[in-house]
Write a protein that binds this ligand. Structure first.
Ligand code: OSB
Ligand code: MG
Length: 369
């Protein structure tokens, strides 16, 4: 495999409903798609960075520059024995995992297409035929609206509900949700909105038998999470903090978390995601697949990832229609009545690209090579 052309396309897609986290509201996604070609074949990846550098340091604009000026030139024209080699080729670039990860996952897709194999098999997955699904529900304008959303998702069969929290939308909201839905699998994600000074406040969440509390403290502070975990009976799940396999080792060693959310982009692609997965598995730490409001390509890559054996908890990978009126893949990603997504046997990421639609929403396009 020798990438001879890499094409970046930035597409613009309005969300069906705004999505609010502790760091802000998103109404429209600006997503970069990466197409890697070798001979006549193509592989596709999706940048999972947000529109602003608020979840982590990356955003659509930085990802375009990193891909165009640094990552793509390092991979273009290289004879690759395996998609596993891509990570090292861009490792000279510090950080910017989501930009690098989009290129890496595109090469995995390319490799799978050339092998005529589904992506989940190419990455060494396939531990399950369907992946368990949960939903992430953003901060709403009222608790009544949140109740309504939860009802809808439970009726659709989703196996667990994650709600977003922030100071001012936390203990009372969780209490009311728990009173209304006493037996659902429930968790809360704070996206780094608190500090260790809030430990006593967060400790109140122990009353609501949550599956976990996701990333309560700073995006880059494993040590404070270890201190907080020692005070909480609810397991902490780390998201933002785990950007490398080494971070997973350190967090586990310090007992900073009981669960890890793995996001492909955040850890720079499949190779690193598999390493984090393996480290957690060896330590008896369950993992699940997080989401970043992905369009169909990123969603399909997440499905492949979630077939690795230690993805035992329902993740944030859900149906396309929760986010998009029309997705960029055909058919759209759909869930079963069991609240699962069935894996597909087609080569590569398993769905057809809706190229006309992609073309019609492309705001910027450039080929290298
Ligand atoms: O922290 O998991 C997060 C969306 C954007 C940024 C960060 C997060 C999220 C989600 C959405 O929770 C998950 C999804 O894609 O459904
Ligand atoms: Mg999170």
């Amino acid at each position: 495999m020798k990438p001879d052309r890499i094409t970046l396309r930035q597409i613009r897609m309005p969300l069906v409903h705004f999505f609010e986290t502790s760091f802000g509201r998103t109404y429209t996604r600006d997503i970069i798609l990466v197409e890697v070609q070798s001979g006549g074949a193509s592989g596709w990846g999706e940048v999972t960075a947000g529109e602003n550098p608020f979840y982590n340091e990356e955003w659509t604009g930085s990802a375009w520059t990193i891909l165009h000026d640094y990552a793509a030139p390092r991979v273009l024209g290289k004879e690759l024995a395996s998609a596993n080699d891509v990570y090292s080729l861009t490792a000279h670039i510090r950080g910017h995992n989501m930009a690098r990860g989009a290129l890496e996952t595109a090469v995995w897709d390319l490799e799978a297409c050339l092998a005529g194999a589904p992506l989940w098999r190419q990455i060494g997955g396939g531990a399950r035929r369907e992946i368990p699904c949960g939903v992430s529900i953003g901060i709403q304008d009222s608790v009544e609206q949140l109740f309504e959303k939860i009802e809808t998702e439970l009726a659709a069969g989703y196996q667990r509900i994650k709600i977003k929290i922030k100071p001012g939308w936390d203990i009372d909201v969780v209490r009311r949700v728990r009173e209304r839905f006493p037996s659902i699998k429930l968790m809360a994600d704070a996206n780094s909105a608190y500090t260790l000074a809030d430990a006593a406040h967060l400790k109140q969440l122990d009353d609501f038998y949550l599956m976990m509390i996701e990333q309560p403290l700073s995006h880059d502070d494993i040590i404070d999470h270890a201190e907080l975990q020692a005070q909480l009976s609810t397991p902490i799940c780390l998201d933002e903090c785990i950007r490398t396999p080494r971070h997973a080792e350190q967090a586990i060693k310090l007992r900073a978390c009981g669960i890890i959310n793995i996001k492909l982009g955040r850890v720079a692609g499949f190779r690193q995601a598999k390493r984090v997965h393996d480290i957690a598995q060896a330590a008896g730490i369950p993992v699940w697949c997080g989401g970043m409001l992905e369009a169909g390509i990123g969603r399909a890559h997440n499905i492949a990832l979630a077939t690795l054996p230690n993805f035992v908890l329902p993740g944030d990978v859900s149906a396309s229609k929760r986010y998009w009126k029309r997705d960029i893949v055909c058919p759209p990603v759909e869930t079963t009545v069991r609240g699962t997504i069935e894996i597909r046997e087609q080569a590569g990421f398993g769905y057809e690209l809706d190229r006309d639609f992609i073309q019609s929403i492309t705001a910027r396009e450039e080929s290298i090579g």
